[in-house]
Design a protein. Structure first.
Length: 219
């Protein structure tokens, strides 16, 4: 019997909450294309506000990588995040009739503030393991639900199907494998104190992922 990898241990520690996130009604409603556009608009406005903090976090992972080999895939992913994914947001806001001025009048949700704070905090003062723990949650959870709903995905409106496509498929799976591999490597190098910090960061991020989906449906 093979021992669990560090990322598998962290995933197991999240228990049923992980499953609640990847099976959240947002994911199936999005894929089927019948999600309330007000819910989607609220979600996208807040999600777009993660972008800068996420870029800071990913750049910190790259900067703190243990080798050039560890850094290169992260650089390539960073280019995608600041290119194709950013373009999706701009096109979506235009279709939803939500200008930059409109968005500026909408305050950050509490969960948005907490998630951005977490990403910036680990990027600034966390270990490489803590940085990876947060970013692995963000990408692995999205790959998990993206692959799950992909067969259900309605292709009538790019607003819904492109968000699924961005979080599924071979390239995104390779990104998650890469990030998990880095965290698994850290798990072999750090002591129990370091592992505990990673676990805390991982579970905090899972909680925020669930809270974020719930926020989209709140009044």
């Amino acid at each position: 019997m093979f021992a669990q990898s560090f990322t598998e241990e962290l995933r197991a520690a999240a228990g049923e909450q992980w499953d609640r996130v990847i099976n959240h009604k947002f994911t199936t409603e999005l894929a089927k294309g019948d999600i309330d556009r007000c819910v989607l608009k609220k979600y996208l406005i807040q999600d777009f506000r993660f972008l800068d903090a996420f870029v800071v976090l990913l750049a910190s992972v790259i900067a703190n990588g243990r080798s050039l080999e560890d850094r290169i895939p992260g650089c390539q992913f960073l280019a995608m995040i600041t290119g194709k994914e950013n373009t999706y947001f701009q096109r979506s806001f235009e279709k939803l009739g939500c200008s930059a001025e409109d968005r500026a009048d909408i305050p950050d949700a509490e969960v948005t503030v907490k998630f951005c704070d977490l990403m910036r905090a680990v990027a600034l003062t966390g270990t490489l393991g803590e940085m990876l723990s947060v970013i692995v949650v963000a990408e692995w959870i999205y790959l998990s639900w993206g692959e799950k709903v992909l067969p259900l995905t309605n292709r009538d409106d790019f607003l819904t199907y492109e968000w699924v496509d961005l979080h599924s498929g071979s390239y995104f799976a390779e990104v998650v494998t890469y990030l998990r591999g880095l965290l698994d490597k850290e798990g072999e190098l750090i002591d129990e104190v370091g592992k505990k910090k990673c676990r805390e960061a991982f579970l905090h991020a899972v909680q925020l992922e669930e809270d974020f989906f719930e926020m989209a449906y709140s009044n």
